[in-house]
Structures are given as structure tokens and as C-alpha cells.
Design a protein around this ligand. Structure first.
Ligand code: VG1
Ligand code: CO
Length: 543
């Protein structure tokens, strides 16, 4: 086996976005493209010499080939060990756990998460650091610099590794350990939740449907829900990971998980419904007859987490991304604990978790997690819900209604305008930015602007500052509209409009969500002119 130093051209502007680098699969498959980015990662972290990495992905098309390439490059760059999920599979939260459990130097996670998979769809790669969390901006900026100047990369001429075989192999001087992707993760879940109590709930006839969307969570959900917890066979649907996710978007929302939504709204509904995304870090929760918005789910979990053994001493604090509704802030205020508002993307929660300032974090995009790993964790959120249901002996909708009665309801919806022309979306944002100083006091569609700004985050732990994290327009009547450009799309631009309207305790909590948000939506339209500018009558996706 020989180490080859391959000369290459820099790949300009490959900036990792909200969650790693995402591109069309065919771009990743171009000669030297993946190699350039992997070498840029190694260079950006001060080399791979002597290091141990966790490697795995969501099983999408090109997953296994890319892992072979990464392993050879890691060996050629002097890494001493790679811990790899069997068949190249690792959910994002379980990769985060393995990084921490084995005290490794980080991990390479192959996923484009909720984006569809296949040769004509999307692929992605992200690097997580020693704490198990996504690389912070200082590191992703260093990767970007590397991609611009890289002249060569190192690889090994060697036969492929057998990814299906659990146990140890060697590649050059590097040891490879292929591990069962599920077992360590299951042990972690057992340490946090009352499995006996949840098992008893299933045994007494509680029914659930978990849609794994043909993505990576299937084997985890089957092992834990149907295996450990005794839920009947068939509780997990679409449980076999497929390279193209069966042709769907593995995005757990009412649009892409429509079959599950329809079931939950029907007379045949089980007691509880859930789904997770491509790489298993996000979750959707549906009560019988009621969709639980992710912002509400975060708030309910924060308010009830102490009922699960892993959180019985209470929470240190709660963090949410800026576009997430204020529902979890209300819980934190009542509990007398800290609440934090961060930019979109899990990498911003890492410092708060490491510093012990927060225990639970969440995003409106259906990501919820805690300090047990440094990623959002779809199955964790579902297990926490199950533990709470088992303890409170109420249905999920009763818990939700009780929550609204206690705290008031934050009506919430996100409207996505996907794959719109990038120029038009950028212009919309810059024109809106220019308007901000004059908006306060003006009234649009019956909503009066209280203040408007562009969100900048000052990290309270490392004092770093991140600008341009979304435009917020706060209205006097306890409503808010947020405009933000997505950092995970691979085609044109995606504009996200986040809408919320608070209805205090004692007011009507049973309105239709879109109806309750009508005036704030109309105000957002009037201020931005988004329909005309983007040439769209309606959003593609409303969650
Ligand atoms: C989206 C979500 C964001 C999430 C990110 C990665 O980002 O809005 O909340 O952290 O996806 O999630 P954006 O930039 O497109 O809005 V995952 O599960 O796709 O890695
Ligand atoms: Co994901």
C-alpha cells in the first residue's frame, strides 16, 4: 500500500452551510471533489495525524463509496483509528454519542439530512468536533479557506474495507473498528428513560405509529420501540433504509409525512404518531387528531422533562433558535431557569451545553435534543414524549391542551418558498434590511410594528459574534414575522417566513393555525412584497 499525494485544483467557495456542505450528488462524485473537501477538513483541524474519527452516514446513494474514500484519506493523513457504523450507517445523534463515548477527535457524518437522496438528488458531509457537536463557525470558516487554496490531497492505494463485517480491520497503519450502529445508542437511551414504565404502557394497549421514512432511524426505532419496549410489529413503518428514501423527502413535516398525518387525523388513528428525518436528528410529533408544532413540542418537553429519570433533578436552562416560537421561554420563565436565543443550526447550542448553561435545546424545524449528545436527536424526543405520556396517564392532546391553558398558546407556522431565484431572494432581503429603521410605529394589515431588526448573536461563552441571522419584525399585538434564507438548499434559494401569534391564557386556543396567523402573514406580505418578488402565490411547504 502506498500513500499518494494527488495534485488538485482548489474548489472555490465550498462554504459549509447551516449543517455541513450540501451539494447535488453528482457534484460530490466529480473527480477530486469529495477528496478536496475531506482534505480541507483535515487541514482545517490541524491535520489528522494520530487522531481517531467516527465515520458514518444516513445510507443515501454514494454513502458507502464516499466512506471508502474518506477511510483511505484518513489513513494516508496519519489517523490512527476510525470507528465506522456497520454498512456505513450511523444516525447523526448516534455518531455524536460515539464521538463522546470513545473520546475521539471528531467525526465525519455523511448526510444531506432532509434533502432527497439519489444520483440526481443531494449529498452532504459535515465534520463534528470532539464534543460531538457540529464544527463551530471558526472551524467551518477555516475549511472554506482551505478549499480555496488546496493544491493536493493524500490518499492510500488500497483495497476497499468490508463495511458489513463487525470487528477490527486495518488499512495501512490505521485501525478500523466496524461497530453495530444501534447498541451504544440504545444503552444511552436506557440510562435516560424509564423503559419499564413505557413497556408497561405498550403492554396495556397503547398504540403508536413511527414513520422512519426509509431513512437511517429505521433500525434504531425497530430495536428500541419494537424490541426493547415491546411495541407490536408494524409500529415502525418504512423502517428499512433505502438509498433514495423510497423516492420521498425524508423531512418529518405534515407535507412530506402525509401518510402518517392522514392516519393520525382519521378514525383509525393510533394513540401517538411520530416520524424522523434522513439522518435521524429531527422528529415530528402528532397527537391523535392534532399536529404538535415543534416549538410547542420543545415547550412541552421542557415543562415535563423532570418526569423522566435522566432529568429528574430539573433543567439548567433551555435554548431555542431565534425563529422558534417563544413557547419554551414561557416555560423557562416559570421554572426560573435561563433561556437563550441562538441562530438557526445546532452548532450554536454546543457552547451553551458544554458550559452547563442549558439542558434542553430545540428548533422550530423539529429538532430537539439535550446535553446527552451534542446534536438534535429525533428518537430521544419521541422517547421523552413516551415517558411523559406514561407518567401523566393523559393523551398527547390532553397534555398539549393543558399546556396551552397554563401558558397560553403560541400559534406558529413556517412558510417555505423553495428553489426561488437567488437574485430575487437576496434582493428581497436587502430591501427589507434597508427598510427596517423606519418600520416601527407603522401599521400593516392591522398589525403595528413594535420593533424590527436583523438578528446578531453574541455567544455568551466564547464571545464570538454571528451577524445576518434573520430579519425579525415584532408587532405590538404579541405577533412576530421572521424572514430568513435557508442554508441547506442546493437549488436557487429558499426563503423561509416564520409566523407566530400569541394567544394568552383564557383566550381561544382552538383556532385554525393559519387562520390565527392571517393578519401577521398579511402584514409580512405587505412589508416585503414577497409574492410578487418571488413570483409565487403560495409557499411550497407550510409546517
Ligand atoms: C434547516 C433548519 C434548521 C436545521 C438545519 C439542519 O436549516 O431550518 O433548523 O438546523 O436545517 O437540519 P435551513 O438553513 O435550511 O433553514 V438537518 O436535520 O437537515 O441537518
Ligand atoms: Co437531519
Amino acid at each position: 500500500m502506498t500513500i499518494d499525494v494527488v495534485s488538485t485544483q482548489p474548489i472555490e467557495g465550498q462554504k459549509p452551510g447551516t449543517s455541513g456542505l450540501r451539494k447535488k450528488t453528482r457534484i460530490f462524485m466529480e473527480p477530486h471533489y469529495l477528496e478536496n473537501f475531506v482534505q480541507s477538513i483535515f487541514n482545517a483541524i490541524g491535520g489528522a495525524e494520530g487522531k481517531t474519527f467516527v465515520i458514518g452516514g444516513d445510507g443515501r446513494y454514494f454513502n458507502a463509496e464516499a466512506i471508502q474514500t474518506i477511510l483511505k484519506m484518513a489513513a494516508a493523513n496519519g489517523a490512527v483509528k476510525a470507528i465506522v457504523g456497520q454498512n456505513g450507517l450511523l444516525s447523526t445523534p448516534s455518531a455524536s454519542h460515539l464521538i463522546r463515548l470513545n473520546k475521539t477527535d471528531g467525526g465525519l457524518i455523511l448526510s444531506a439530512s432532509h434533502n432527497p437522496g439519489g444520483i440526481d438528488e443531494d449529498f452532504g458531509l459535515k465534520f463534528n468536533i470532539q464534543n460531538g457537536g457540529p464544527a463551530p463557525e471558526s472551524v467551518t470558516d477555516a475549511m472554506l479557506e482551505q478549499t480555496k487554496t488546496l493544491q493536493s490531497y493524500k490518499t492510500l492505494s488500497a483495497p476497499d474495507i468490508v463495511l458489513g463485517q463487525i470487528g477490527k480491520q486495518t488499512l495501512g497503519a490505521m485501525e478500523i473498528e466496524i461497530v453495530d450502529p444501534v447498541s451504544d445508542y440504545t444503552a444511552l437511551m436506557k440510562s435516560l428513560f424509564d423503559f419499564d414504565k413505557i413497556r408497561a404502557m405498550f403492554a396495556s394497549g397503547f398504540t403508536m405509529r413511527f414513520d422512519a421514512m426509509h431513512a437511517v432511524t429505521g433500525p434504531y426505532a425497530k430495536a428500541i420501540l419494537e424490541g426493547e419496549l415491546g411495541a407490536p410489529d408494524g409500529t415502525v413503518i418504512n423502517g428499512v433504509p433505502l438509498e433514495d428514501f423510497g423516492g420521498g423527502h425524508p423531512d418529518p413535516n405534515p407535507v412530506w409525512a402525509k401518510t402518517l398525518m392522514d392516519l393520525m387525523m382519521s378514525d383509525a388513528s393510533p394513540d401517538f404518531g411520530a416520524a424522523s428525518d434522513g439522518d435521524g436528528d429531527r422528529n415530528m410529533v402528532v397527537a391523535r387528531g392534532t399536529y404538535v408544532t415543534p416549538s410547542d413540542s420543545l415547550a412541552v418537553l421542557a415543562a415535563n422533562a423532570h418526569l423522566a429519570p435522566g432529568y429528574k433533578t430539573g433543567l439548567k436552562g433551555v435554548a431555542r433558535s431565534m425563529p422558534t416560537s417563544a413557547a419554551s421561554d414561557r416555560v423557562a420563565a416559570r421554572l426560573g431557569i435561563g433561556s437563550y436565543e441562538t441562530p438557526t443550526g445546532w452548532k450554536f447550542f454546543g457552547n451553551l451545553l458544554d458550559a452547563g448553561k442549558v439542558t434542553i435545546c430545540g428548533e422550530e424545524s423539529a429538532g430537539t435534543g439535550s446535553d446527552h449528545v451534542r446534536e438534535k436527536d429525533g428518537l430521544w424526543a419521541i422517547l421523552l414524549w413516551l415517558n411523559i405520556l406514561a407518567e401523566r396517564e393523559m393523551s398527547a392532546s390532553e397534555i398539549l391542551n393543558d399546556h396551552w391553558e397554563t401558558y397560553g398558546r403560541d400559534y406558529y407556522s413556517r412558510h417555505d418558498f423553495e428553489a426561488v431565484p437567488a437574485d430575487a431572494a437576496n434582493e428581497l432581503m436587502s430591501d427589507l434590511r434597508a427598510k427596517l429603521p423606519g418600520l416601527a410605529g407603522q401599521t400593516f394589515a392591522g398589525q403595528t410594528v413594535k420593533h424590527a431588526d436583523e438578528f446578531s448573536y453574541h455567544d455568551p461563552v466564547d464571545q464570538s459574534v454571528s451577524h445576518n441571522q434573520g430579519i425579525r419584525i415584532v408587532f405590538a399585538g404579541d405577533a412576530r414575522a421572521v424572514f430568513r434564507l435557508s442554508g441547506t438548499g442546493t437549488e436557487g434559494a429558499t426563503l423561509r417566513l416564520y409566523l407566530e401569534q400569541y394567544a394568552p391564557q383564557g383566550t381561544d386556543h382552538a383556532k385554525d393555525t393559519q387562520e390565527a396567523l392571517r393578519s401577521v402573514r398579511d402584514a409580512a406580505q405587505e412589508i416585503s412584497g414577497l409574492k410578487e418578488r418571488l413570483g409565487r402565490d403560495a409557499p411550497n411547504v407550510m409546517t
